[in-house]
Design a binder for this molecule. Structure first.
Ligand code: ZN
Length: 288
């Protein structure tokens, strides 16, 4: 466990997926296998018991578990919101559960309301490239108004995606939907919605930093990239002017907490900044 944690599991991972076949095989399908092949990652399903034990050993006490519904665009079944809620209930001192609704489905607004009011989910996750939609398109305003009224935070994917990597046509997925500038429109029109842009948004990190600086309601996390590969300017902003806005995340099971935290500690950020990035900012964002 890294020094700043003082032997306690207090870090909060803002970006974790299911290590089970519901995510890796069913929802991920062939596009997930492409990513694993391309980056040499192992995609053997694991258990939640192992996952939570590994996290606690690394010094992480909470993780946001994300739902996934990109059924209309990909044809793959969702990770059902009821399932995400069940896992949360089983490990309710560990997981914070975020649901997913497919903005291209007719019932997305009703499903968003059900997620919060019936399942008690704590927020939403969108993956615009997999879901194949432009968040700035006025056709989605009703959904954003509803989520703003529900008063829960939202994670939007930021940057390119490895899904479908290396295949002809990238399995039809469009990288442009990962541009954080499309989320800037949502943030401007819904100032009551707290937004977390997931991942250093390669190749639009500068746009992402500008948005996080200009919009009080937009934050970002460092998930999806090992610290040694994160853009220098992102690291510079994280240790200076955006130190109250940047959060720790992995993208489990693609990246595991212990190696990420060890590499992060090597960067030599001030301990006060490490505390903000590893748990204080997330506690505030999530209202924990
Ligand atoms: Zn992810």
């Amino acid at each position: 466990m890294i020094d700043v944690l003082d032997g306690e599991a207090r870090a909060i991972d803002t970006h974790a997926h299911q290590p089970t076949e519901e995510f890796l095989e069913d929802a991920g399908g062939q596009m997930m296998q492409d990513a694993a092949d391309k980056f040499g990652a192992e995609m053997e399903p694991g258990s939640y018991d192992e996952m939570v034990a590994d996290y606690r050993e690394a010094g992480v006490g909470r993780a946001i578990l994300l739902g996934w519904d990109a059924e209309t665009n990909t044809g793959n079944p969702p990770v059902p919101n009821d399932y995400v809620a069940e896992v949360r209930d089983e490990y309710d001192d560990f997981f914070v559960a975020f649901g997913s609704v497919d903005p291209l489905k007719d019932d997305c607004v009703q499903e968003a309301i059900r997620c919060v009011e019936d399942l008690d989910l704590s927020g939403f996750k969108f993956q615009q490239i997999a879901q194949g939609f432009d968040p700035s398109d006025p056709q989605h305003r009703h959904l954003w108004n509803t989520i703003e009224d529900l008063d829960v935070p939202v994670v939007f994917h930021g940057g390119n995606s490895t899904l479908g990597a290396g295949t002809p046509g990238g399995r039809g997925l469009k990288v442009k939907y990962g541009n954080p500038m499309l989320v800037d429109d949502v943030a401007a029109e819904h100032p009551g919605m707290d937004i977390l842009l997931a991942h250093p948004a390669f190749p639009w990190e500068k746009e992402q930093l500008a948005i996080c600086q200009q919009k009080g309601n937009v934050y970002m996390d460092l998930s999806g990239w090992m610290p040694n590969y994160i853009d220098d300017q992102v690291l510079h902003y994280a240790r200076t002017i955006l130190q109250d806005k940047v959060m720790f995340g992995t993208d489990y099971p693609m990246i595991e907490p212990e190696p990420w935290l060890e590499q992060f500690a090597e960067l030599g950020f001030d301990e006060s900044v490490q505390r903000k990035l590893l748990w204080e900012n997330a506690e505030e964002f999530l209202g924990l």
